[in-house]
Structures are given as structure tokens and as C-alpha cells.
Design a protein. Sequence first.
Length: 216
Amino acid sequence: MNKNWILIAVFCIILVIFGMVLMNNLRNMTQSALAPISDSANAMRTQVADVLHPTPTIIPDPVTIINDVRSLARLETIQYSLEKIITADSGQEVLTKLFGDRLLFVAHGVVIAGIDLNQLEVEDLDMRNGVLTVTLPDAEVFIASLDNDKSYVYDRQTGLFTKGEVDLETLARQAAEEEILNAALEDGILEQARLNAEVYLERFLDALGFENVVFE
């Protein structure tokens, strides 16, 4: 009787071990069988994402038209790098949540100023009693533009029934350029550009032998 129980116990243990091995094999086979399906699903999700959010393709026209070529003698003497936050909205007021469009634009810009030496005439140089008097042209802004690599739309919110104003970002960029220029002017970029020009030209003229130089 005891031997029979021992045989039954051994047989049960063998069944349990066999069942565990069988379940493990079935699990591995199931994972192997489902792997292609999972890979296909991931590939499908990637394709859907590519369709919904395609990468922009930029194709420049091979023809370039040169409208004008001019010689320049600009002396750039100062550069401002500025940052400005611009908020633009479509002005829907009470219907903003339905038809409005609002964006927050972070603008990085550069303003460069100096003097145009093309405007310097012979009569603007007067040599008397060993003193060279130079009448410089007015300082001016040569460049006031956004740095597109650093400027970006931080946030944009559109109403439930609109896809947004097509020109809103363009208007925000234009406003940003104007604000950056105004900020540089208010900070005195033209005055500093003129002072820097005088320092540079004084060193240049001194190297040519004009030791006494006065700017007007």
C-alpha cells in the first residue's frame, strides 16, 4: 500500500513538472508567434504618426533672380542681441474658446548699427592748424531681424471650431522685429554706434599720421 502511494506521488510530481515545462514552452511559442504582430503594430503606429505629423519637405526653386547689386561701405560698430516675448491673438473676445486663436512667441533678434562711409564727402574733412576735423554722417541701423534658429512659438491655443489664423505667427514675427528695433533704439544704440565709430576712426587716422582728430 505504501509503495502504491509512493508511485502515485512520484507520478503526480512527474505530471506537475511536465505541465510546467509544457506551459513554459507554450508561453515561449505564444510570444514568438505574437512578436511579428507586435512589430507590425509598432510599424503601423509609426506610419500613422508620419501621416498625421509629416516632416516638412523644403524644395527651393533652382532659379535665382538677382534684382540689384550695390557696393557698400558700411562701418558696423555695434550689435545688440535681444529677446522679446510677443502675445498674439485673433481678438475674438467672448468667442475666444470657440473661434479664437492665441499664441505666445519667444523672439530672439539682432540689431546692428553703424555709419555709412559712402555718405562721407571730401568737404566733410577739414585740415587746419594740424587738426583734422571730421564731420561724420548720422549713425543708422543696418540690420534689425529675428534669429530664426532661436525664435519659436512657445504655446498656441485655438478655439474648438477653428484651426487657427493662418497669418497669426507671421504677424507676431513682424511685431517682434519692430519691438526689438524699438528696444534697441530706446537703449541708445545709435549714440553708442557713433561713439564706437569715432573711436575706431580715430585709431585708423592716427595710424595714417593724423594725431589730432576732432569729430563733429
